[in-house]
Design a protein around this ligand. Structure first.
Ligand code: SF4
Length: 353
């Protein structure tokens, strides 16, 4: 598609510079530490893809960098635009596996939805990514590289992308170290200088990892894919519910709010006849009443290939919303972008069209 996408065969064994923290970027022998900031500036501010362009680094250092490292961690990048201006990106990694991201330009902001894995081990029954199974975790470079590649392809500065949602392929908290180090690079003033408050991390609800994340002290927006207020329904659609009852998840969210003190969102995909009954709306309000500042997103189900699930109809969604509002919950209905390009929530499935 463009220069960003071309990595030659001999590059397969080299590490991407996006895999380093700024403090660990490789320096030339005896070079002062401030030179790392110059290299970081080329990588993240100028989005350079060619070591030769980094003219203030000195010829020897540039030579050393190009012999030992790569910048872009992808072998191939394809894009699939949607009629609503969002664009789905399909990345082929160095080992031939693939993952996806979605670019969503709005009037007031540019948002990217990133993946943390190839496929996903969580296996949620309604999700196209879950149906693919698990490939592998993405590295820090492969997570941050999605932002850089999208900025390059969209011909915008990487720093114009101010909103990130880790809601693409994968359960980010099962790739904990790489997801957190990628976030730290996004918010580093010498890298992408984003605000942690504009980064949303989505999880299916893993109590131990949520408590660990709370201790990192990052003021992220946490999005919990709850999708049912009771364990019986949850187990029907989310395999991890067998190990983690709703009560344990709520307890970990309580911990999160105590330490991070930020609003969180509860994601709730509306599945006809499964989780959209009035009693489930009452139960959801009851379960969430123990938490403060929670926003519920009701998401009409986006159908895909072999899925037998159906979205709740408008009437059922309206009724569900009303019950939550009567219980003083903040709630909105969120329609996903990019449905015609297979880019909507729960649709990411590595399709080639
Ligand atoms: S909904 Fe999220 S956690 Fe569940 S299978 Fe899909 S990508 Fe994985």
């Amino acid at each position: 598609m463009n220069d960003f996408a071309v990595n030659s065969k001999k590059n397969e064994q080299k590490k991407s510079l996006y895999d380093f923290t700024i403090d660990d970027l490789p320096l030339a022998k005896n070079a002062p530490k401030f030179r790392r900031k110059q290299l970081a500036n080329w990588l993240y501010e100028k989005a350079a893809q060619d070591f030769n362009a980094m003219t203030n680094l000195g010829a020897d250092w540039r030579q050393e960098l190009s012999e030992n490292y790569i910048i872009n961690p992808f072998k191939k990048i394809e894009s699939f635009p949607s009629a609503d201006d969002s664009v789905r990106y399909l990345f082929t990694l160095e080992d031939g596996l693939q993952t996806e991201a979605v670019y969503m330009p709005y009037k007031s902001r540019k948002t990217v939805c990133l993946s943390s894995m190839v496929g996903c081990p969580a296996g949620c029954a309604f999700c196209a990514t879950g149906a693919l199974g698990f490939g592998r975790n993405l590295s820090q470079a492969e997570i941050v590289g999605q932002i850089m590649a999208i900025a390059f392809a969209e011909k915008i500065q990487p720093k114009e992308i101010r909103n990130v949602v880790l809601m693409g392929m994968g359960e980010a908290l099962l790739n904990y170290d790489n997801a957190v180090s990628a976030i730290r690079l996004m918010i580093n003033p010498d890298a992408l200088d984003m605000s942690a408050r504009r980064i949303t991390l989505s999880t299916v609800g893993l109590p131990k990892q949520i408590k660990k994340l709370a201790k990192e002290g990052l003021p992220l927006v946490l999005a919990i894919s709850l999708h049912a207020p009771d364990d019986l329904t949850r187990k029907e659609i989310i395999p991890t519910a067998n190990a983690h009852p709703v009560s344990e998840i709520i307890e970990s969210l309580y911990d999160w709010q105590r330490l991070i003190n930020r609003r969180m969102t509860i994601e709730y995909v509306m599945l006809a006849g499964i989780n959209d009954a009035e009693w489930q709306a009452e139960a959801l309000a009851m379960v969430l009443s123990k938490l403060k500042t929670v926003h519920v997103n009701l998401i009409p189900f986006n159908s895909w290939g072999k899925s037998s699930f159906k979205s709740s109809d408008k009437h059922a969604i309206r009724k569900f919303k009303k019950v939550l509002e009567q219980n003083r919950m903040e709630v909105s209905v969120r329609f996903s972008r990019g449905q015609d390009a297979g880019a909507a929530c729960g649709q990411l499935a590595l399709t080639q069209s």
